[in-house]
Design a protein around this ligand. Structure first.
Ligand SMILES: [Zn+2]
Length: 332
């Protein structure tokens, strides 16, 4: 670990520690010793390795990163509290900056329900909350960020951003989530967090880039259809619409897979839900109960998606697009 407590209970980084001084682990309070050599960077190690809860690599990293981020905020002139007890909600957030910003680090998996509950608790105490996670896949060339259904919970969806700790470079990154593309793919731009500008972390400052009329490529749609076919069932919901309305694959590829901005809230694949809406439009079975069953929604830590409102908006938008598709299948 990179931080320990000295005899006066102050947090000291291994870089500034003295070889003969006495240090304890701030987590389990057992004695740690300073290690530094020609090859290894200065760090603390527990003197006794047996029965120590923080031998867990994840716990130690969580702890190190928390102190590292805390010291960055302190160095840039902010007021920092580490694991303060918030009486009103009975919670210990990892960090509170300037008495109003709560930062939670989560490097191990907890339930989505737990993430939402902890966020709600802090928000109800008047704090603004962000979460920092780690181990997210990103390709800087294609700008594709991969997020599974769990990792999406950490998106600050109103501000369209996500904070990720990079263990390799020991840097905190902010990802601007531009758009969801179906599957686990997002378009995102990333930047290194500037600790001085803390207010910026909690507000929307998307880069001036507009992604208009996004549509999945034919190749991506063919891949999706291939996955559907691998279920070997005509009852597969996307294929069933394609067969029943005799849509050709080339028609589906050139017209469907439209990515509306609202897709950010939706887990269902764009081709899937657009086919289901075609079925509803064709059968004129457009009651709202039916409509809300079409979409599966993502979950976010501090935002309750208005499922009904989004479903209606998308139905309207898609219906207009569908009209413009004109002669739309083999049948016509
Ligand atoms: Zn310890």
């Amino acid at each position: 670990m990179l931080f320990a407590k000295n005899e006066s209970n102050q947090i000291v980084s291994a870089q500034h520690a003295q070889r003969k001084a006495f240090y304890i682990c701030p987590y389990c309070r057992s004695q740690v010793i300073l290690k530094s050599g020609a090859v290894t960077i200065p760090h603390f190690a527990h003197l006794k390795k047996r029965n120590i809860a923080c031998n867990n690599v994840e716990t130690i990293e969580h702890h190190d990163v928390k102190y590292m981020i805390a010291s960055h905020f302190k160095e840039t002139g902010h007021h920092v509290q580490i694991e303060p007890f918030i009486k009103k909600c009975h919670q210990y957030p990892d960090l509170i900056i300037n008495h109003k910003f709560a930062i939670e680090l989560q490097f191990s998996k907890i339930t989505i329900q737990n993430i939402k509950k902890r966020s709600q608790g802090l928000i109800s105490c008047g704090l603004k909350v962000i979460w920092i996670t780690k181990g997210i896949q990103y390709n800087d060339k294609t700008k594709i960020l991969k997020l599974n259904k769990y990792e999406r919970t950490y998106i600050d969806v109103l501000n369209q951003q996500l904070f990720v700790w990079d263990s390799a470079t020991m840097q905190l990154f902010k990802y601007h989530i531009i758009q969801f593309l179906g599957g686990s793919n997002y378009i995102a731009l990333r930047e290194i967090v500037d600790y001085q500008l803390i207010d910026d972390l909690f507000k929307r400052n998307l880069p001036e880039i507009e992604f208009k009329n996004l549509k999945l490529t034919s190749q991506a749609i063919q891949q999706y259809l291939k996955r559907c076919r691998s279920s070997h069932s005509v009852l597969q919901p996307s294929l069933s619409v394609i067969y029943n309305y005799r849509l050709s694959e080339s028609w589906v590829c050139s017209h469907l897979g439209i990515v509306y901005p609202e897709q950010l809230y939706i887990q269902s694949h764009p081709v899937y839900w657009q086919l289901q809406l075609i079925k509803m439009i064709r059968t004129q079975d457009t009651d709202t109960e039916q409509l809300s069953k079409v979409f599966k929604f993502n979950q976010f830590y501090a935002y309750e998606v208005d499922a009904f409102d989004i479903a209606c908006t998308l139905f309207k938008k898609f219906k207009n697009s569908y009209r413009l598709m004109g002669c739309n299948d083999v049948q016509n």
